[in-house]
Write a protein that binds this ligand. Structure first.
Ligand code: SAM
Ligand code: SF4
Ligand code: SF4
Length: 292
C-alpha cells in the first residue's frame, strides 16, 4: 500500500484484538466468541482476509490514529487460510499501523506454514484445555521440549492452562454499586478491545452483545479511548465483569488477579463436541512433536 504514518498520528492505547477467524478447531462450551452464554451463538460476523486488514489499517491511519498493540484472535486465528499472508503483511506495518503484534491461539494448528511466520509476533499466548484424558501439563511439556519452542526463543510465549471457564451469573449488583469504580477494575476494558469492519468494541462483552460500538470516527474513538477512557459504558452495569469486581472488592487489575478472582459461576471447562476436539487435539500434538 505504501502508506506511511503521519508524525502526528495519535496512539490508541491498550490492546486491540482482531478476530480474523470466525471458526475454530475446538468447541469450548461457553466460549464468548463461539458459544456465547452457552447458547451456541457465534459472535464473529466474518473471517477476515488481507484486504479486510488493509481496509481497517487505512481507516485507522486516515483518522490519524495508530494502535498501541494488536492481537490476532478468533475463533482460532491460525486456521484462517489467509493467516500467513496477513502476518507477513502486518510484519511490514510495525511502527506504522501498530507498535506491538500479538497472537492468541489454542496452539493446535502448528503446521510448517503457520510456524514459519510466528517469529513476527512480539508475544504469543497459547491456551490449552484439558481435552478428554489429556492434561494441561502434557501440552506444556510437549511444547517446552519442541523444536518450535526453540525456534521461538526470541518471542515472549506464554502457555495458559484453561481448566475452568466463566459462565454467566445470576448475582445482581445492588442499586447503589459504584459502577465507575467497578469499571476501573475491569481487565477487559483495556486489554480486550475488539476491532471489526464496522468499528471497535470496548471489550469482548460489548462485542458479544453487539452494543455501544465505537464507529470509525475521529471524535468517537478519541473520546472513547483517550478523553473519557474511565467512563463506563451503559452495558457495564449488567455485565458479569462488574459483578465479579464487586464481589472481589479489589483495585488490582492485573491479569493474574483477574484470573484468580472469585467468580460465582466458574465451571470446569467442557467441550461441546468432545469427539472432534479430541481428534484435533491429538493432531495438534503430533504437529508439535514432529516439527523439525
Ligand atoms: C476466544 S479465545 C481465541 C483464541 C484461541 N482460540 C484460544 O483459545 O486461545 C481467547 C481466550 O479467551 C478465553 N475464553 C473464551 N471464553 C471464555 C470463558 N467463557 N471463560 C474464560 N475464558 C474464556 C479462551 O480460553 C482463550 O484463552
Ligand atoms: S479454542 Fe475454545 S476458547 Fe478458543 S476460540 Fe475456540 S472455542 Fe473459543
Ligand atoms: S461491559 Fe463488562 S467487560 Fe466490558 S468494559 Fe464494561 S465491565 Fe468491562
Amino acid at each position: 500500500m505504501g502508506y506511511e504514518l503521519d508524525k502526528d498520528n495519535m496512539i490508541l492505547p491498550g490492546n486491540f484484538q482482531i478476530p480474523i477467524a470466525k471458526n475454530c478447531n475446538l468447541h469450548c462450551h461457553y466460549c464468548g466468541f463461539m458459544d456465547y452464554n452457552g447458547q451456541g451463538l457465534q459472535t464473529i460476523d466474518k473471517s477476515m482476509n488481507l484486504d479486510d486488514i488493509k481496509i481497517i489499517e487505512k481507516t485507522i491511519l486516515d483518522l490519524g490514529f495508530k494502535f498501541s498493540s494488536i492481537e490476532l484472535f478468533g475463533g482460532e486465528p491460525t486456521i484462517n487460510s489467509y493467516f500467513t499472508e496477513i502476518v507477513e503483511y502486518l510484519a511490514t506495518r510495525k511502527g506504522i499501523f501498530f507498535n506491538k503484534l500479538k497472537l492468541f491461539t489454542n496452539g493446535l494448528n502448528m503446521t510448517k506454514k503457520v510456524v514459519g511466520v510466528l517469529n513476527h509476533f512480539d508475544r504469543i499466548d497459547i491456551s490449552t484445555y484439558p481435552i478428554e484424558n489429556h492434561t494441561i501439563s502434557e501440552y506444556r511439556e510437549i511444547w517446552d521440549s519442541s523444536n518450535i519452542a526453540k525456534k521461538l526463543s526470541d518471542v515472549d510465549v506464554c502457555v495458559h492452562g484453561r481448566t475452568h471457564f466463566f459462565h454467566s451469573t445470576d448475582f445482581e449488583l445492588p442499586k447503589d454499586a459504584d459502577i465507575k469504580k467497578l469499571f476501573q477494575a475491569c481487565f477487559q476494558k483495556d486489554n480486550c478491545r475488539v476491532v471489526t469492519m464496522d468499528g471497535i468494541y470496548r471489550c469482548g462483552m460489548i462485542h458479544h452483545e453487539k452494543t455501544e460500538i465505537y464507529k470509525y470516527d475521529k471524535k468517537i474513538l478519541e473520546d472513547g479511548f483517550i478523553n473519557n477512557e474511565d467512563e463506563p459504558l451503559k452495558f457495564c452495569s449488567s455485565c458479569d465483569e462488574t459483578k465479579v469486581a464487586y464481589l472481589n472488592q479489589t483495585n488490582d487489575t492485573s491479569a493474574e488477579a483477574y484470573l484468580q478472582w472469585k467468580r460465582p459461576n466458574t465451571k470446569e471447562w467442557v467441550s461441546n463436541n468432545p469427539k472432534v476436539d479430541k481428534r484435533n487435539y491429538e493432531r495438534g500434538i503430533e504437529l508439535i512433536k514432529n516439527y523439525e
